[in-house]
Design a protein around this ligand. Structure first.
Ligand SMILES: Nc1ncnc2c1ncn2[C@@H]1O[C@H](COP(=O)(O)OP(=O)(O)OP(=O)(O)O)[C@@H](O)[C@H]1O
Ligand SMILES: [Mg+2]
Length: 495
């Protein structure tokens, strides 16, 4: 018997105009956590989709548990012990948590009716086993992105698989939830389950993974024991060059106040929020999930009803009723929930880029100008796509994020609010996006950045607003930044 539960060799996969995988290899031992890393569009998700029958490989061999396999559907893969937590979640919003977990495999009563009681009991048992605290009867649509991700994780584990693939499972999780996930992964390891772990977060790789395979431009680069490799070496393998500065923050002059938010109240997530934002500043927002950061920004951007409080913009009180009002004033917002609120999946890159600026292009729409503007941001953000005409849903996750970032940059806002702007973005592109935000601040714009990644938020912000359960608990100057202080405020201690 081979020491591997899975051996993939010589895998090739082509899409129209894209060689997504060329002669790729990957193997996995039972009970190991094997990281798969590489830049956006490197082919990580595609390789996994070939494994579980979403895509058909053009050629190559997959040996799983001693047998060559070629699954045509995901249910075939699932029935044989291969489950996957997808990068782009696809919950059924109108159904309950329980129904989402057992979708397509509900326990039956007398072979005719769904056994709702058993289904609910099984969910409770599963959640207990995994320490997941989510109401099984809640409709999926009322969950936060991080809760949806936890449901997805629980669901993948519930198949009792031999291999669990996790494609960026922590992209929407906060630190405590990440450590919760790691407990689950350790439990899987004890049960001799092999875990394939895709993530752009370096620290996670060194915390939880045993080996790491790197891909670049659809090709296999290397496989190493995590204990034998340094973070710098790993980054160099991924981006094919040395990366000097992850947080290229330039000190720039901080000017007058552009946005002044006072005693803002909007629903149960935004109880009392006050802060001001200056030109040339990157103002970070830190906090745990449920702190109300996203909801605060949604209220400012006209996506949520404001109950009381005031917002002054460039010295004048403003009343934004909808995102269009905000964009006209020069305030734009990049959503954290790119799938549900961001991309228009079936439209192409160009339509998605110009969406917020359509009035600019006249009637009939000036196609040449739209094309030029789109190209500008494809180039600026090094978005990887065969053409502007590609449907956005065909891009890799990180590249979809870049298109959305292009959309908000194109509106040319004076106040740019970005919510988890580098979610799913590889290290190289991350550093480029940080440089871009820094440059905007340098031009006298003001940036608000919500991020759950400590290194990012501490590396890029001039000041930090920390929130806890709908209140601002602390505002910290760059010179005073420390993880301890941030955590203190984030857990509800006030200044
Ligand atoms: N259904 C599809 N149709 C056309 N092209 C596709 C499709 N799926 C993936 N691709 C292309 O294949 C390449 C690899 O994409 P993939 O999603 O595997 O990247 P990835 O390594 O997972 O990146 P990320 O870190 O951004 O998630 C990309 O160039 C992508 O545009
Ligand atoms: Mg991917």
């Amino acid at each position: 018997m081979s020491e591997y539960i899975l051996e993939m060799t010589g895998i090739n996969k082509e899409f129209p105009g894209v060689k997504a995988l060329q002669d790729v290899q990957f193997n996995l031992k039972p009970g190991e956590v094997h990281a798969l890393m590489g830049e956006n569009g490197a082919g990580k998700s595609t390789l996994m989709k070939c494994l579980i029958g979403i895509y058909h490989r053009n050629s190559g061999t997959i040996i799983y548990d001693g047998q060559e396999i070629d699954y045509g559907t995901t249910s075939e893969a699932l029935n044989n012990g291969l489950s996957m937590i997808h990068q782009e979640l696809s919950p059924v919003p109108e159904r309950t948590v329980t129904e989402n977990v057992w979708l397509g495999r509900q326990p039956m009563k007398n072979k005719l009716m769904v056994d709702h009681r058993k289904m609910r009991e099984d969910t409770v048992k599963l959640f207990e086993q995994l320490n997941v605290v989510i109401n099984p009867d809640e409709k999926m649509k009322y969950l936060t992105v991080s809760q949806m991700q936890m449901v997805e994780i629980a669901k993948a584990v519930s198949y009792n698989s031999k291999i669990v693939i996790m494609d960026e499972p922590t992209s929407s999780l906060t630190e405590s939830e990440v450590s919760h996930l790691f407990d689950i992964i350790r439990m899987l390891k004890e049960q001799n389950v092999g875990v394939i772990y895709i993530s752009h977060k370096m620290e996670e790789i060194f915390q939880i993974c045993d080996r790491v395979t790197v891909m670049r431009d659809g090709q296999y680069v290397s496989t190493d024991n995590v204990s034998d490799i340094t973070m710098d070496q790993l980054i160099t393998k991924m981006v094919g060059r040395e990366l000097t500065d992850l947080f290229p923050k330039t000190e720039c002059e901080i000017g007058e106040v552009v946005l002044e938010v006072k005693d803002l109240k909007a629903g149960r997530m935004v109880k009392n929020v006050s802060f001001d934002l200056r030109r040339g500043e990157i103002l970070g927002f830190a906090g745990l999930v449920g702190a109300g950061r996203t909801e605060t920004m949604e209220a400012i951007f006209g996506l949520r009803k404001i109950e009381s409080g005031s917002i002054k913009y460039k010295g004048q009180e403003i009343h934004i009723k909808c995102p269009d009002d905000a964009i006209k004033l020069g305030i734009d917002y990049l959503t954290e929930d790119r799938r549900a609120k961001g991309i228009v999946g079936i439209r192409n890159i160009r339509d998605n880029t110009v969406l917020s600026c359509l009035s600019r292009y006249g009637t009939p729409l000036n196609q040449a100008r739209m094309r030029a503007d789109t190209q500008e941001y494809i180039d600026k953000l090094s978005t990887k796509t065969p053409s502007q005409e590609e449907e956005i849903k065909n891009l890799s996750g990180g590249n979809q994020q870049k298109v959305l970032l292009g959309r908000v940059l194109l509106t040319g806002p004076d106040v740019l609010i970005v919510d988890e702007p580098t979610r799913g973005i590889d290290v190289g592109a991350k550093s480029e996006i940080h440089a871009l935000l820094s440059q905007l601040a340098g031009e006298g714009k003001a940036v608000i950045m919500i991020s759950s990644e400590m290194p990012e938020i501490m590396g890029m912000s001039d000041r930090l607003v920390v929130m806890h359960e709908g209140d601002v608990t602390g505002i910290i100057d760059r010179s005073e930044f420390s993880q301890e202080l941030i955590m203190k405020f984030a857990t509800g201690v006030t200044e």
